[in-house]
Design a binder for this molecule. Structure first.
Ligand SMILES: Nc1ncnc2c1ncn2[C@@H]1O[C@H](COP(=O)(O)OP(=O)(O)OP(=O)(O)O)[C@@H](O)[C@H]1O
Ligand SMILES: [Mg+2]
Length: 384
């Protein structure tokens, strides 16, 4: 069997040999790795197998060493100093949804009072966050009571099987999807509408194709920094495009950029808004491994500088661990909840190479993989 893949773990799970192509044009097989791991192979058990981890590290490092094109080397610069606009979000009000008990959407008084101190703790808070979608077979409770706090500057990865409701949690938090019951509050304000204080990057690039990279970033920036001069705004736009490695492509139209470059623009746009909260929904899911690693590095680098509070939905266990302070694992839907929360106690700044030789990384990896495998098993038992 000949399998073409850009997923190293998939290759290690299945193959006897892995042939790595170098970068085109005129690509050739650059190296062949023998996979001497006993069969049958089990994803979770393999994670703690020394032969597996050593080979995986070797292949990942080898792939990373193949030259990656498309992104120019970013130059280190300081973030321009401009005061961002204050959130104009109101504290929220009661909203009645058809067929559902009207609820007071405002956080409790004590919460609001505590929030007034502008403490950094509980910067983002979910309480009983629930989503019921109307379907042809009646109401479907997809997300059933998420309780979670994030301190300011925290990075949380949200992981779970396909369809469990990760995007639903994210879009509710962004104010793009009405909350059925419970509430989400950001910096003391109940979330009831979308706004530039909550920047979102989706899996599919969402740029205006006829505008340049620069103009796509500029769109939000003009709104967020009304008091800045045009020179200051330009500094912000160029700073972030530079950070994501697009300093030579700022004036290219979005339609002329590769998918990886488009996601770079999406990240630059999100960071340039100086959001209180950054919401990422599988931002690199459509990209091949090499581009994905490259963009993860970009994200880590920019995040280290800005420390913006972030929730990142991902299917990629390594990505979840590399990026996060905590990995939040969701149970399978319907009625999905938080199943387990894993604290990632790895020093920052982090880089992929040193993670791959850190035994704690593999312990974390195994914990998440085991959770996902058990959720999978529970679902099969429930169905049969
Ligand atoms: N507008 C909608 N109306 C009805 N059901 C919906 C709607 N949007 C999502 N759902 C259902 O809600 C569930 C959760 O969807 P969601 O997109 O949040 O999952 P997800 O965890 O992000 O999945 P994936 O990993 O595949 O992106 C799914 O069963 C989906 O079919
Ligand atoms: Mg999704």
């Amino acid at each position: 069997m000949l399998l073409v893949t850009n997923d190293v773990d998939e290759a290690l799970l299945l193959a006897d040999r892995i042939a790595v192509l170098d970068r085109g044009p005129a690509a050739r097989i650059a190296r062949i790795f023998d996979v001497n791991i006993d069969r049958p192979r089990d994803r979770t058990a393999m994670s703690s197998d020394l032969a597996f981890t050593a080979l995986r590290t070797e292949i990942v490092n080898y792939l990373s060493s193949l030259e990656v094109g498309g992104a120019e080397q970013a130059v280190v610069a300081d973030v321009p100093h401009v005061e961002e606009i204050e959130s104009t979000e109101a504290a929220g009000s009661a909203i009645a949804l058809p067929g559902i008990e009207p609820i007071d959407l405002r956080p409790p008084m004590a919460y609001r009072e505590a929030a007034e101190t502008r403490t950094d703790r509980r910067f983002l808070e979910f309480s009983g966050l629930t989503k019921v979608y109307p379907t042809a077979d009646g109401p479907l409770t997809v997300v059933d009571g998420i309780d979670l706090h994030l301190n300011k500057g925290e990075f949380v990865s949200l992981i779970g099987h396909s369809g469990c409701g990760k995007s639903t949690v994210l879009t509710m938090t962004a104010g793009l999807n009405p909350i059925t019951s419970g509430w989400a509050a950001l910096d003391g304000h109940y979330v009831d509408s979308a706004g530039p204080d909550k920047a979102v990057v989706f899996q599919a690039p969402s740029l205006f194709p006829w505008l340049t990279a620069r103009d796509n970033v500029a769109l939000g920036v003009e709104r967020v920094y009304p008091k800045a001069t045009s020179g200051e705004r330009r500094d912000i736009i160029e700073y972030y495009l530079d950070r994501v490695g697009l300093s030579d492509s700022m004036d290219k139209r979005a339609s002329d950029l590769s998918n990886g470059m488009k996601q770079r623009v999406g990240l630059a746009r999100a960071f340039a808004l100086s959001p209180k909260l950054l919401l990422l929904d599988e931002p690199f899911g459509m990209l091949d491994s090499l581009t994905r690693w490259d963009l993860q590095d970009v994200l880590v680098e920019v995040w280290n500088r800005t420390q913006v509070t972030t929730i990142c939905v991902t299917h990629d266990v390594d990505e979840a661990i590399l990026l996060a302070d905590r990995v939040v694992m969701m149970t399978n839907g319907p009625n999905a909840r938080i199943g387990q929360i894993l604290d990632i106690d790895l020093a920052r700044p982090r880089d992929r190479k040193s993670l791959l030789v850190d035994p704690r990384f593999y312990e974390y990896r195994e914990t998440v993989l085991r959770f996902l495998a058990e959720a999978d098993h529970d679902e099969k038992v429930a169905v049969s």
